[in-house]
Design a protein. Sequence first.
Length: 230
Amino acid sequence: MPKRAIRSPFDVRSHLFALISINLAVLSNDNPTFLFVIFGQIIILFLLCRAWKEAVNVSICAIILALLYRLLSFLPSGNWHSALYTSLRLSAPFLCASCMGYYFIKVSPANLLLAGLHCLHCPRALTTALAVMLRLLPTLSDNARAIREAMRIRGLSFRQAIFQPLNMLEYFLIPLISATIVSGEALTAAALSRGLGSPHRPTSIYPLTFTWKDWLLCLSCCLLILLNRI
């Protein structure tokens, strides 16, 4: 597994089910109590993975959201109260869903995710495109960082390029697009050479076992969906 991936006691397929079910439940319910229940489950999942730093990050997001709701109760009725209430009602579900996505990214490396999708018999077109995309995103970030360092060496700051659109286009966007095209072609060739375009089911070096822990996680997600309907 990649070093930045967190070792999880759950199977990647249960992670995928938890991601889909929790996001559907959160985005259809903006009740603060229900959202904080979801935050609590995400924190517990990080603690079970012994990811203390990530659990603290999610806890900070939940605390900030709770303080904003507390501030809402002290504000008198008016424009500020309505603006804060509307902002919280719109942003809180997306913040909770983003924290669940943060957990999924941390505990599901690309190779393990693709192995789980193959076990679920997902279409090959989906898995191949996903494999290239998951490999391309870190490469895109590295290319952008390298271009910014090259601009800094030449005495060009990224802030100046933002306020000058033509310089932004010339010094940052065009090199980034060119590097992305080259990287995409190389990643596609590497994916095809590794057999991702083969009609046969690929083998996996990662053991995928659906244990009682995964059934318990799926059951808790189903209970959250039922709680959302109540």
